[in-house]
Design a protein around this ligand. Structure first.
Ligand code: SF4
Length: 173
């Protein structure tokens, strides 16, 4: 099965790649995260993802840094707490773009590394993924079976940069 994995960052991707390959998936990655600010941080996370992809021999598609599109999408929700409505829109934008990429590049299905974070509600992410892609979305919960712990071990083992905030300037504050 040809699977497109939406990657939010290298730390979260490391375990998700391991897990999906164990399932026998033929994987490619898609880095599409216009939510990451400032741009310097975006470039840092992208570079780490490129390094990981090279090490893991993972074909990687890099989306555009469409910060204005993201700003428009979350407009009016800037002051929302993390985990609230702003985040739902942020997830939706990224997963809708992943769904478009699946169709454009003829993958079978797509999923996302987003569910690995203990700060993110996997059920909400999976619902948004299904809304964005219907049957093309592969629901997963990577934080299960100590997934997050394993990401931390892998990050340490491979010296992967670990950021201390989710991505947007509101999460940085
Ligand atoms: S806190 Fe994270 S998920 Fe929520 S809007 Fe900001 S970048 Fe997106």
């Amino acid at each position: 099965m040809k699977v497109l994995l939406h990657i939010c960052c290298a730390v979260c991707a490391s375990f998700s790649i391991e897990k999906l390959r164990q399932e026998g998936c033929d994987l490619s990655g898609y880095f599409y995260n216009p939510n990451i600010q400032p741009e310097q941080e975006y470039l840092k996370r992208l570079k780490e993802t490129e390094k990981l992809a090279k090490r893991q021999k993972l074909p990687l598609i890099i989306g555009d840094y469409e910060i204005d599109k993201w700003r428009l999408r979350i407009k009016g929700l800037e002051e929302e707490p993390e985990g609230g409505r702003r985040c739902r829109r942020c997830f939706a934008l990224r997963l809708e773009e992943a769904a478009k990429k699946v169709k454009e590049k003829a993958f079978d299905v797509f999923t996302t590394t987003l569910t690995i974070s203990p700060h993110k509600n996997s059920q909400v992410i999976n619902e948004i993924g299904q809304k964005a892609g219907g049957d093309l979305f592969l629901a997963r919960d990577f934080k299960k079976q100590d997934g997050f712990k394993r990401t931390q071990e892998l990050a340490q083992e491979h010296n992967i940069y670990r950021q201390h905030y989710c991505g947007c300037i509101y999460s940085l504050r």
